[in-house]
Design a protein around this ligand. Structure first.
Ligand code: GTQ
Length: 365
């Protein structure tokens, strides 16, 4: 009879498996049980104050005299994300372009949005040949794989917020990049009738097929603000105040397949109810003064500050002023999360759940 061998320990067996590039599922079991109740928020809640960012942007103008094919954009690195990113899916930054300067044309599979901080209608971004003027608070989309260049023919520097889906796209290993061939800036469509944005309004050519995704779109603040004013009279969300999502007019869905943009008004003294959701968000303070509390952390913000709220972190917003409104622009990754049915919220779903206003009853005033 063979002598019974001494039993191998689980530890040494795990080690043996590791050496041949395998793992027992029991090793992951701890990881899974740690997720009862959901994931730990990935990344920190963090704020980049405008004063500091603005100083560094001004310095960047001297240090990086000309940006050539690059961009003079300062990107926000979340201190708890060693792989980079402002949240685990999005990268936010502020870009500055000097008087007379151009940011050369290129395209990439990274989707991006621009929200204008400083500019006038003479500064513009060209997206797939369509000239989009950049006035303060305008939102301009540069969807995946669209050619884009930025130009500042004015005598003042211009600035805007950039948000891109970089960490998400790198996670999927899908980055493609191409400089515009043969020129610094792209050719523009001379005729308005050739603009795709001309096909994304109330009417469109009946004889054409239509493009629904990845359109060059400019959401002019002069159009958005009156809509915000009109809807500001509604009760809003108890968790987000009067939060409006910018929509793709062709699909009725979010701005881009990966990124949804919001403009959010907090009325004087408003304090939203605390909630958490599986999407993460990056914010730019358009105006007002408030505080966003994320878990144990309190972030006081004021005009032009930027901050990040990681996913699945309890948070609430407070407008600290008793007399002034606060206005927040934000970008979230809910389209990514929702695409696979993973959008969750606690204590209850508040995204796209309330009923639209009912038809008034006969005789109602
Ligand atoms: O302005 O085109 O921050 O392509 C990163 C990549 C800005 C831009 C960024 C870009 C741009």
């Amino acid at each position: 009879m063979a002598k019974p061998q001494t039993k191998k320990s689980l530890e040494s067996f795990n080690q043996e498996l590791a050496e041949i590039h395998m793992t027992g599922q029991w090793v992951y079991e701890d990881l899974l049980t740690a997720c009862i109740g959901g994931p730990r928020p990935r990344g920190d809640a963090f704020l980049w104050p405008w004063k500091m960012v603005n100083e560094k942007l001004t310095e960047a103008c001297d240090v990086l005299e000309e940006s050539f094919t690059a961009r003079r954009s300062l990107l926000f690195n979340n201190p708890a994300l060693p792989m980079g990113g402002t949240t685990h899916t999005m990268l936010m930054g502020i870009q500055m372009i000097k008087a007379g300067e151009i940011a050369w044309a290129h395209r990439h599979t990274l989707a991006a949005i621009r929200f204008v901080v400083k500019g006038d209608g003479k500064v513009f971004t060209v997206v797939n040949g369509e000239k989009c003027p950049m006035e303060v608070n305008d939102l301009i989309l540069t969807p995946q794989w669209t050619w884009h260049d930025h130009q500042n023919p004015t005598a003042e520097t211009a600035m805007w917020v950039d948000v891109l889906d970089v960490p998400f796209m790198l996670g999927l290993n899908q980055p493609f990049y191409e400089p515009y061939p043969g020129a610094k800036v792209q050719a523009v469509r001379e005729k308005r009738s050739e603009h795709l944005q001309q096909r994304a309004g109330w009417v469109r050519p009946a004889w054409e097929t239509s493009q629904k995704e990845n359109l060059p779109l400019r959401y002019a603040w002069q159009d958005i603000e009156p809509q915000l004013r009109a809807l500001a009279e509604s009760p809003g969300s108890p968790y987000d105040g009067v939060a409006l999502e910018y929509i793709n007019p062709m699909t009725g869905g979010p701005t881009l397949a990966t990124l949804s943009c919001w403009i959010q008004l907090l009325r004087p003294g408003e304090r939203t109810k605390k909630h958490r959701h599986t999407s993460s968000a990056v914010y730019f303070v358009v105006g007002g003064e408030g505080t966003t509390i994320v878990g144990e952390k309190s972030m006081d913000w004021t005009k032009n500050d930027c901050f990040a709220v990681p996913n699945w972190a309890w948070h609430e917003h407070v407008n600290r002023s008793k007399s002034e409104e606060a206005l927040l622009f934000s970008v979230n990754d809910a389209p990514i999360v929702s695409a696979f049915g993973h959008y969750r919220e606690e204590p209850e779903n508040s995204l796209h759940t309330a009923q639209i206003p009912a038809v008034p009853a006969p005789g109602a005033k």
